[in-house]
Design a protein. Sequence first.
Length: 255
Amino acid sequence: MSEREQHAVRAARRAAGGRSGRSRGTGGARLAAGLAVGLTAALLSGCGEQAADAPEKVAGEAAPVPGDSSEDSSRKESGTSPSPSSRTRDGGSENSGKETSGSSGKSEGAGSSGGQGGPDGGTPEIGPCKTSGLDFSTSPGMARGSFLVNLKNTTATACTMHGYPGVDLQSEAGTMNAARNGVAAPTVRVSPGESTRFTLHYPPNDTGGSGVDVTGLVVTPPNETSSQTLPISFNLPVSETTESGVTVGPVGAGK
C-alpha cells in the first residue's frame, strides 16, 4: 500500500471517531463507521489488485528456454553467428570424408594418362625420309651398264620412302634427264644406320666414238624437293635424239 493510500485510511478512521464522539444518534454513528470500513476495504482491494497486476521482478539473468544449450543461449544473447571453429567441429568428419575421396579421384585420373604413339595408340607413326637425313653413295651394279645409288638413314629414327627418285645427268654437253623404267614402287622402311637403293641403267658406248662423258648425278629422293649431287663417271654414245637412254628404277627395287 502506498503512502497516499495509508494517509486516506487514517483520515477515514479519524472522521469515524470524531462522528462517534458527537452527540448524534446511534444510527449516525453506525453509518459513519460503516463508511469508514467500506473505504478501508476499497483501498485495500485496490492495493491487492495493483500488486497482483504488477509483474514480479527476479534478480539475475532469465532462465534459458528448455531445449536450448548453454552455447546456443549465449549465441542468441550475443546475436552472433557460430564461429568457423564451431562449424568445423559440427561438420568436420563429413567434409573430411568428401575431401579425401575427391583427392583420390584426381590421383587416379592423373595416373591413367595414355602413352603417345600412332593413331591406334601403338607404334609411333613413321615419317618420310628427308634429303638432309640421308647419306648418298654409288656402287657398281650386277650387270654391265648399271650403277646402284645407295641412300643411308643417318638419323636416330626410322623413316620411309615410296616412289621414284629424280635423277639428272651432268655432262660437258649439259644436263640430261633419266627416265623411269616403269617398275612398281614398293614402300621401304629404313631404320637408323640402314640403307636402301635404286638402280640406274645406261647404254655403254660401243660405237668407238668419243661419246658423252657423264660426270655427276643430281639425285632427289621421292617426295622431296632438295637434291644431292654425286660424282660419277661413265660414257654414253652420242644420240641423234634428246633422250639419253638412261633409266632409273624405284627406291627399294635395286639389286
